[in-house]
Design a binder for this molecule. Structure first.
Ligand code: HEC
Length: 315
């Protein structure tokens, strides 16, 4: 085996395997164990050192035993080294170990006395690689049987739910860092205090110059009544802030300077101001129309207790 894999592959390979095993079995959170635990780093150094030391020792042993060979044997060994891999002695030995194949000359010893019109049968052993695999599956099955059917570690259903939970958490995590997937179709009215407060901060920083701190309107229209030029409801208000008002009116598209997820907060804040009746509001623009949420109860008739309308509800 050692002769088949050259040293410049063998050492890195063993090292990578060791690295993988350590990282797999040592729970070190988001940082690799190598970085987190100095002991592990020390182990890496020792491991590399040992690998190299073993190579050096084996190499010297090889050299010494080479010197002990007769000239004839040396020549044979050299000749063998230059052959293609499949014909080298080491490879052949290795293959024989794996397959336990017998040479064609030995066949007469293995012949069974079955003879069907000249078709004969050899008593070959099972190849060791196959037997090894077979025993491995037996061990696996035993462990599996005890773990899942006797101890009842967890069921497939539980495994599924756990995995779904992990996946959901990942999606949530992803949404947190990539909230700017927000668009007109997906936008929803936020009602939690945190989002509204964040919306107010952004509104105070960007919008009060034209809409006034209480949103009663100055250059821009009053945002607290239910009459809208460009449509009310979270989707329209979001869209107006994103894309701006009608050309030449002074309301620019804010998507160039504010993240869509923040615009969602501003829009939610603006809508939370509905009906706050600030002092001396800007008169309603003639183009503005009363906005009625789709699915809202028709006014006047038997008005039920006013309920908050969820503009995001599916129709
Ligand atoms: C430079 C002045 C100016 C600034 C700053 C400004 N707006 Fe406007 N806004 C306007 C004008 C003017 C209109 C009317 C647009 C039209 O008639 O098409 C408007 C319209 C709107 C409308 C639609 C009102 C309706 O009746 O449909 C909303 C909502 C709005 N602005 C929100 C904001 C928000 C939120 C900000 C801050 C991010 C902001 N605006 C910043 C001038 C401004």
């Amino acid at each position: 085996m050692r002769k088949l894999i050259p040293v410049y592959i063998r050492i890195p390979l063993l090292y990578v395997i060791m690295f993988g095993v350590l990282e797999y079995f040592i729970d070190s959170g988001d940082r690799p164990a190598l970085v987190k635990y100095p002991v592990v780093a020390l182990f890496h150094v020792v491991f590399i050192f040992l690998l190299i030391a073993i190579e050096v020792v084996l190499n010297s042993v090889d050299k010494v035993s080479y010197q002990l060979l007769s000239e004839e044997e040396k020549a044979k060994l050299e000749a063998d080294k230059n052959k293609p891999l499949a014909q080298q002695q080491a490879f052949k030995n290795w293959m024989r170990k794996l397959t336990a194949s017998r040479s064609i000359n030995e066949e007469k010893d293995m012949l069974l006395d079955h003879d069907y019109d000249g078709i004969k049968e050899l008593d070959n052993v099972l190849p060791p690689w196959w037997v090894g695999l077979f025993y491995a599956t037996v061990v696996f099955a035993l462990v599996y049987l005890v773990r899942f059917h006797i101890m009842g570690d967890y069921t497939q259903d539980e495994e599924f739910t756990t995995e779904m939970k992990i996946a959901d958490a990942k999606v949530e995590e992803y949404k947190k860092t990539a909230p700017d997937l927000m668009d007109k179709e997906k936008v929803t009215l936020l009602t939690d205090a945190g989002a509204i407060a964040a919306g107010k901060t952004l509104f105070d920083a960007n919008c009060v110059a034209c809409h006034r701190a209480d949103a009663g309107g100055a250059i821009g229209p009053n945002l607290t009544d239910n009459k809208w030029i460009l449509g009310g409801g979270i989707k329209n208000v979001f869209n107006t802030i994103m894309e701006g008002g009608r050309p030449g009116k002074g309301m620019v598209p804010w998507k160039e300077s504010i993240k869509p997820s923040d615009i969602q907060k501003i829009a939610s804040y603006v809508l939370s101001l509905q009906g706050t009746n600030p002092k001396d509001p800007k008169p309603t623009e003639p183009e503005a129309k009363e906005w009625k949420e789709e699915g809202a109860a028709a006014p006047a008739t038997e008005t039920p207790a006013p309920t908050a309308v969820d503009s995001t509800a599916k129709k």
